[in-house]
Design a protein around this ligand. Structure first.
Ligand SMILES: Cc1ncc(COP(=O)(O)O)c(C=O)c1O
Length: 339
């Protein structure tokens, strides 16, 4: 464990290491590389996902500050906010969310689970995801925090963008995964060439990229943007690698062009399913009995399949696909998913 990470306040939320499983049938169905799936969807918190690792450090800090209420934002079917609310309940904290209108705003999927958790949820009538990085949302969350403070609560606001501390703590959570993967590869005798994952805000990939460089990994991270086009995603992700490295004192820097992202699987935009993604959901379920989500992992898997077709991944390669979770959203997307 990196010293600067070991010194951070932390709470235990997930079951680690998450399993790494051989997806032999998927691999032969697509005539592709050897595929393993890193089952981050089995992390255990609120139906699993990549956010538990981030939240271990973010809520460690919130708890250190004596928070009684968590306040955050994202899109309506946010997996991050669901995991935040569930983790908060486990730690005796309530949650309030101001969510941007998404493709599915009905009380289904993650919003249904938020209802069960009795979180305060307000859906704002704006759907422009770039607002998550600006002052509009920061002001909105401050307003909620002020209101809660006036009622005697101690709110902790979770903003996802740099230079906010929760963003840096989230990156730290994913730095640790590089070493976890290397240990699994060694135990299983694998020579892995690529690790493929979805890129939303980019913090997960940034943490993994940083961790991979720190442990001198032989594998390369390949990201599939589901929110931003390559140019923006490359800048956001490399900025987070560099900010994370500074924060943790790792002495590592990357330039955007050193990262590999493929935005050709994004389709029309965030949260809008693609035919290839919907096909990937069925293919992975029918070959491996594993469910993907329509917003993140379906597009990332469509990326793995597409990059196999174009020859970027060869039959002799070994590729690890990170299943980052998000499966509850599948139910909200029933109209698109059902055949
Ligand atoms: C299921 C799932 N996969 C991947 C991601 C991408 O993570 P990041 O925003 O850190 O890029 C998210 C969150 O945005 C997610 O909910």
């Amino acid at each position: 464990m990196i010293d600067s990470i070991a010194r951070l306040p932390r709470v235990s939320l997930g079951f680690y290491p998450t399993p790494l499983t051989d997806a032999r049938h998927l691999s032969s169905a697509i005539g592709g590389p050897r595929i393993f799936i890193k089952r981050e969807d089995l992390s255990g918190l609120a139906m699993g996902g990549n956010k538990a690792r981030k939240l271990e450090f973010i809520l460690g800090e919130a708890q250190k500050q004596g928070a009684t209420r968590l306040i955050s934002t994202a899109s309506a079917q946010s997996n991050f906010c669901l995991q935040t609310a569930a983790a908060g309940r486990k730690l005796g904290m309530k949650s309030s969310f101001a969510l941007l209108k998404g493709v599915h705003n009905e009380v289904q999927g993650n919003l249904l689970l938020q209802n069960v958790l009795d979180s305060d949820v307000e859906i704002l009538d704006v759907g422009d995801m770039s607002l998550l990085r600006g002052s509009f949302i920061a002001d909105k969350l401050s307003e909620i925090a002020e209101d809660k403070r006036s009622k005697g609560e101690n709110p902790y606001v979770l903003l996802h963008n740099l230079p906010e501390l929760p963003a840096l703590l989230g990156i730290a959570g994913w730095v640790t995964v590089a070493e976890e993967l290397n240990q699994q590869f060694e135990r299983m005798g694998l020579n892995v060439d690529y690790v493929v994952l979805a890129n939303g805000g980019g913090g997960t990939q940034a943490g993994l990229e940083l961790g991979a460089r720190y442990v001198n990994a032989k594998w390369k991270v390949v990201g599939v943007p589901v929110l931003n086009r390559n140019e923006t995603a490359l800048k956001l992700t490399s900025d987070q690698v560099n900010a994370g490295a500074d924060f943790l004192g790792l002495g590592i820097t990357v330039a955007p062009e050193e990262l590999e992202l493929h935005d050709e699987f994004l389709g029309e935009g965030y949260g809008i399913p693609t035919p290839e993604g919907l096909e990937a959901i069925r293919q992975v379920a029918q070959t491996e009995g594993i469910f993907l989500d329509p917003v993140y992992t379906a597009k990332a898997m469509a990326g793995l399949v597409g990059l196999t077709k174009t020859g970027r991944f060869k039959p002799t390669d070994t590729v690890v696909f990170v299943h980052t979770g998000g499966v509850p959203a599948l139910f909200a997307y029933q109209p698109e998913v059902v055949r």
